[in-house]
Design a protein around this ligand. Structure first.
Ligand SMILES: Nc1ncnc2c1ncn2[C@@H]1O[C@H](COP(=O)(O)OP(=O)(O)OP(=O)(O)O)[C@@H](O)[C@H]1O
Ligand SMILES: [Mg+2]
Length: 444
């Protein structure tokens, strides 16, 4: 086996280090395989080497019998090679028309990385339009990636984020690796994934990543691939990956999104100032704008002024339509924080002004400037606090409403951690609620 492997490696003009890198194996494994005919390798390692050395069917059979010391079996993956696969085209549907984002699209599409796989990490608050941007960019880039486009929803902000090993298993099956040939260990799965993608041109969208741990094994090594990551957290992306923080929309693009979503007939005749005020009350957040437009569409009796009135009250309660709601989108961002950061978030929600400095934050949080600064850094990373200018902090309007509601609930003694039972709604919106005394807490 050692003689065979060395011969094929030299034929491929590879050093042991290069072969190890190409196969996604440790260089010591390659050395031991070449030097000791007695050492029994794993089937996965042989499969990876056969692929990296581009062995043909007959050579794979020869290698296999050398490993086993007997004739090759027909269904052995090292002999059979990967089965034929359909080219994956997994991107979800594109948004009908992306509002604005020209600058961001140019960054996602134009990012190059000398000598390594280009990665762009788009981060931003809930509902900012990260997925919409990534998917739109991916559709535009797709023709450059003839070997396919993978889309992996990592559910980073759901109750149960996807384990990287489970994500790899799914992707490997998509790429044609039979379930029974997927290794048990995370590292081996990641190595096989890199091997399968080596030399292929595949675009990979990793949507809603919780953290770096979740995306690291899903990063290919081949330069023909490209990766777009989205996350609500500012991630420390690998190597020279490009970080792209995504802000809310400018007013003009926000109005365009609102008008398109509500339908031109519903906004016809509305003064520009009124439309601008609607999107401002939505905090210029695409998710909130889409929900406000859906509400207007669903109420034929309303005009833009009625929507404006509604948004002047409890905005979070109003910004909910069907299964979409701004509060429900923000809840997981809050719930995933450690207890101390959750407390800091609630306390910042009690601040009556809009922006504040470090000293104010320290006073609000009842701690030292150093501790307050670290807490603010964590909340900045989670896109729950913004720092528009150095040393000045603020909460996005809807985030402030969310944090303030949580603060009030905590003050009123309702147990923390169940924010959905703490949101105040007018009782008229709860049809089956019996008459209650003022001050009574009703759990819906
Ligand atoms: N620029 C845009 N043009 C048109 N629609 C947009 C734009 N940005 C976002 N949207 C729409 O707004 C809604 C929220 O956007 P999206 O789901 O992309 O947000 P997100 O940042 O990925 O949120 P989350 O953090 O919850 O994953 C979606 O319906 C999306 O299609
Ligand atoms: Mg998303």
């Amino acid at each position: 086996m050692g003689v065979l492997l060395r011969g094929w490696r030299e034929r491929a003009l590879l050093t042991q280090e290069q072969l190890a890198e190409r196969a996604g194996l440790n260089v010591r494994t390659v050395r031991r395989l070449e030097n000791s005919g007695l050492w029994q390798p794993r089937t996965t390692s042989i499969l990876l080497l056969a692929k990296a050395l581009e062995l043909n069917r007959a050579e794979r059979a020869m290698l296999n019998s050398a490993v086993r010391g007997g004739p090759a079996e027909r269904d052995d993956p090292a002999v059979a090679g990967p089965p034929p696969v359909t080219v994956p085209r997994q991107l979800p549907a594109d948004v009908a028309a992306l509002a604005g984002r020209e600058r961001e699209l140019a960054i996602v599409e134009g990012h190059r990385s000398a000598g390594t796989v280009p990665v762009v990490c788009v981060s931003g608050m809930a509902g900012a339009g990260k997925t919409a941007l990534a998917v739109h960019a991916a559709h535009r880039l797709a023709p450059l990636f003839p070997d396919g486009q993978l889309y992996v929803d990592l559910h980073g902000h759901a109750t149960a984020p996807v384990e990287p090993g489970a994500a790899l298993a799914r992707v490997l099956r998509t790429l044609g690796v039979p379930a029974e040939h997927i290794p048990g260990f995370l590292d081996d799965r990641a190595a096989l994934y890199r091997s399968v993608l080596a030399g292929r041109k595949v675009l990979i969208v990793l949507d809603d990543a919780a953290d770096e741990y979740q995306i690291q094994p899903l990063l290919p090594a081949g330069r023909g691939c490209r990766v777009i990551v989205t996350s609500r957290r500012r991630l420390t992306c690998p190597g020279d990956a490009r970080n792209l923080p995504l802000d809310v929309l400018p007013v003009a693009e926000a109005v365009a999104l609102f008008a398109r979503s509500a339908g031109p007939e519903r906004v016809a005749g509305a003064p520009a100032g009124e439309l601008a005020e609607v999107v401002r009350r939505c905090g210029l957040l695409p998710l909130a704008i889409r929900i406000a437009a859906a509400r207007l569409r669903a109420r034929p009796a309303w005009g833009v002024p009625q929507l404006l009135d509604r948004l002047a009250g409890d905005r979070l309660a109003e910004l909910s339509a069907g299964r979409h709601s701004v509060a429900a989108a923000l809840d997981p961002s809050y719930e995933r924080l450690p207890a101390e950061q959750r407390r800091a978030y609630r306390l910042l929600g009690s601040f009556a002004g809009t922006d504040f400095d470090l000293a104010t934050a320290a006073a609000l949080l009842g701690t030292t400037a150093g501790r307050a600064s670290r807490l603010l850094d964590h909340l900045l990373d989670a896109h729950l606090v913004q720092e528009p200018v150095l040393g000045r902090y603020r909460l996005h309007d809807l985030v402030r409403d969310h944090a303030a509601a949580l603060f009030r609930a905590a003050q009123s003694g309702v147990p923390p951690g169940r924010p959905w039972v703490q949101r105040a709604v007018p009782l008229t919106t709860v049809p089956s609620c019996p008459p209650v005394e003022p001050g009574t807490t009703v759990l819906v």
